[in-house]
Design a protein. Structure first.
Length: 222
């Protein structure tokens, strides 16, 4: 009798364990399918490559009297390594001015790592930061810099996004080669509105679409 009860007990235990394992597998499969649907939405809205163009204003920060807003423009390229993470390279042209006494043109070449917070939605905030090379016009003075910023992107139609952004820049200089003579280290802000043109990712989208359709077909058969 005891042996019989033990067998029944073990059967119940193994049945529960088996059902739990199957359920866990189904949940994992379900989560995987949901992720595929979400990734597919990313490629419907965006792509793996981006042309980035923007215009806006630049403004000196620090111990400068009456800093003035000046023109700023940007042109760049961005490559998504995952749906969330991208590497971007931009060429930036801008002026810095203060107190009606100083107004000079500069350029910078910036390499950034960017994180898109909600890549599967048509509206997504993002943050970025990286390293840059700053130079006065004609490369008369140069200096390394770091920058960081944040923004928000709106996909207005498939593969085209509009963005608003702002960033902080800190330029490292020295006494023998300063960007601006009055200070060794310069910091300034840049902000603007821009547009993203997405392309690429067609093969990834087709592969995901095939996987999603396979899941749909298997569910119909069930």
């Amino acid at each position: 009798m005891i042996i019989k009860y033990k067998c029944v007990f073990l059967l119940v235990v193994f049945t529960i364990f088996g059902l739990s394992f199957v359920n866990a597998q189904e949940e994992e499969s379900s989560n995987d399918n949901k992720l595929k649907y979400r990734k597919l939405e990313f490629y419907n809205l965006r792509g793996t490559n981006t042309i980035d163009a923007a215009i806006g204003s630049s403004l000196l920060s620090g111990d400068f009297t009456k800093p003035e807003f000046e023109i700023y423009s940007r042109l760049g390229y961005k490559r998504f390594v995952t749906e969330h993470l991208a590497i971007s390279f931009t060429y930036n042209k801008y002026n810095l001015a203060f107190n009606d006494e100083y107004n000079e043109g500069f350029m910078s070449f910036d390499l950034n790592l960017e994180y898109l917070i909600t890549p599967f939605n048509s509206i997504s905030p993002y943050v970025y930061g990286g390293y840059g090379y700053n130079a006065a016009n004609y490369f008369e003075n140069t200096g390394a810099k770091i920058q960081g910023g944040a923004g928000i992107e709106f996909i207005v139609i498939e593969k085209v996004g509009v963005k608003l952004f702002g960033e902080y820049n800190f330029v490292f200089s020295n006494e023998t080669n300063p960007i601006i003579q009055e200070e060794n280290n310069i910091n300034f802000f840049r902000a603007g509105v821009g547009i993203h043109f997405y392309f690429g990712g067609k093969k990834k989208r087709e592969r995901l679409l095939e996987e999603v359709e396979t899941v749909i077909q298997s569910n119909i058969i069930k």
